[in-house]
Ligand binder design. Structure first.
Ligand SMILES: [Ca+2]
Length: 218
């Protein structure tokens, strides 16, 4: 009897975790991105039509604990970690056919961070990037996808050192084009981050395991 109840608790825990995970992953039908495009106002014929912009970013980006410490401070990292070229028609970087690679090559420039305890890593190499204000980082060259057209997709890890939850950090960047397209540099864009407790899925897993242990001890 006890074994059956334990198995039930474990199964319910796992199903709950999968359900919450699916909710966490979905955001308006897709997971969050930092989108890179042009034409911030979305209206053709205005002065920003050829100016790069950042859009689609959550107003506050959550940083979750990693369990790794440096001294007494814990490393938190953001779940949101991808930069993606525009998918909305009004912000698209010049769409051209598969045979012609577009001329854009987009770079990210660090303007300022709110704290020395904030940094960025290139997930492909694990190395810190944008080491000081004014440093730049080049995103990948355009790649072709049959459904999406020409695009880029880069992963950078946003990391902080914090003493607990509720700490906020900001990081300001611009985008510029080193290719032949002639897009003008974006306005400075500030991302806002906050440290939060461990994800709900892990908490639920902990509750599930705790319930099993309680049942076993009865
Ligand atoms: Ca415009």
């Amino acid at each position: 009897m006890l074994r059956i109840r334990s198995i039930c608790v474990i199964v319910i825990s796992i199903l709950t975790i999968l359900f919450v995970s699916s909710l966490a992953y979905c955001h308006d039908g897709d997971h969050d991105h930092i989108f890179v495009g042009v034409n911030a106002d979305g209206i053709t014929g205005t002065t920003d039509d050829s100016q790069l912009c950042i859009y689609g970013v959550p107003s506050v980006i959550e940083l979750v604990p990693t369990g790794e410490y440096i001294g007494e401070l814990q490393i938190y990292t953001a779940v949101l970690d991808c930069w993606h070229s525009a998918e909305d028609s009004e912000h698209l970087l010049n769409p051209v056919d598969a045979s012609t690679q577009p001329g854009w090559l987009i770079s990210l420039k660090r303007i300022s961070y709110s704290s020395d305890n904030f940094w960025l890593e290139d997930e492909a190499t694990g190395l810190e990037i944008l080491l000081s204000d004014g440093s730049t980082y080049a995103f990948d060259e355009p790649d072709w996808d049959d459904e999406e057209g020409w695009y880029f997709h880069n992963h950078t890890e946003f990391c902080v050192l914090a003493s607990g939850t509720g700490e906020t950090f900001t990081a300001t960047f611009t985008l510029f084009d080193t290719g032949s397209t002639g897009y003008t540099e974006s306005s400075p864009y500030t991302l806002t981050f906050v440290t939060v407790p461990e994800p709900a899925t892990l908490t639920l897993l902990g509750i599930g395991l705790f319930s099993v242990l309680r049942l076993r001890r009865k």
